[in-house]
Write a protein that binds this ligand. Sequence first.
Ligand code: NDP
Length: 312
Amino acid sequence: MRQLIIIGSGPAGYTAAIYAARANFAPLLIASSVEAGGELMNTTEVENFPGFPQGIMGPDLMDAMRAQAERFGTEVLLDDVTSVDFAGDIKKLSTGSNGDFEAQAVIFATGSAYRKLGLPDEDRLSGHGVSWCATCDGFFFRQKTIAVVGGGDSAMEEANFLTKFADKVYVIHRKDTLRASKIMQDRARANPKIEFVWNSAVSAILGEDALNGVTLTDTVTGATRDLALDGLFIAIGNDPRTHLIHGQLELTPEGTIAVEGRTSKTSLPGVFAAGDVIDPSYRQAITAAASGTVAALDAEHFLSALESPVTS
Ligand code: NDP
């Protein structure tokens, strides 16, 4: 049995691991079978993480966090947690390829997942013109006409990035005002390749084998029209990844894991949560990292108070 297992390899998981490893808890961090590093692996330049005045690429930042966690004795396992049983004193986890694990404490830092439009052809045409990741798929749209859906920072960032490849990038937004921060808005508005399509919802995704357009519904008048496109990037936010703990941990009305005040303590002793999975509001790399620190300190306190700590 381990003292501490951390689930998730974003800024929250890695920061929790750095703190817990430095406190000699030799944590096991279960990342993901596909790619360690979380959402920032799909980001380009991170300009607002303190300490990097020239900015840093998302994957470089995450590789550095991982190296820092490993330097102090964190074991990183590339696998998916498939089920958990957190009810008893011994926390049990099953993984896709490496069997079962037990721990005295767990930090749950699974982040959030891309939100979908909920349209019938969205999944069918995913990878065939429909994408959630500009940095992954932008390259395929050289000199094409594409659209980004959404009005937040992600949509602005994706739209700007995609103008490196595409000739024309529409930003389709259901309102006539953006949620994005001013600097990101200004950058998108100043980009000659970007055209905003206001008060418009994507009501259908068109195409047989590959996307060739969308149907837009005017959110004010209800009028519909088709827009020809080679690609559609969906950037409408994220939902906390809580499927593993449904029925075990209390959730908030927003769907995040409920924690006690400013702590990381969930509704079960020995189970701590950090990062986007507890945060409906801020969801920044730096706030997730800070949240990981809180979880590590809470877990450390919990483990130190146990009568029979595991010595590893
Ligand atoms: P947000 O929740 O901020 O924005 C989501 C956008 O998508 C909103 O404009 C929303 O519309 C729209 N939307 C939501 N659901 C739908 C739907 N079903 N159909 C159509 N449109 C929809 O998410 P983001 O991913 O943009 O940002 C998340 C967090 O990450 C934020 O805190 C953001 O600041 C941060 N971030 C920061 C970056 C940076 O600083 N470089 C880069 C990227 C993200 P409406 O406005 O009408 O609600």
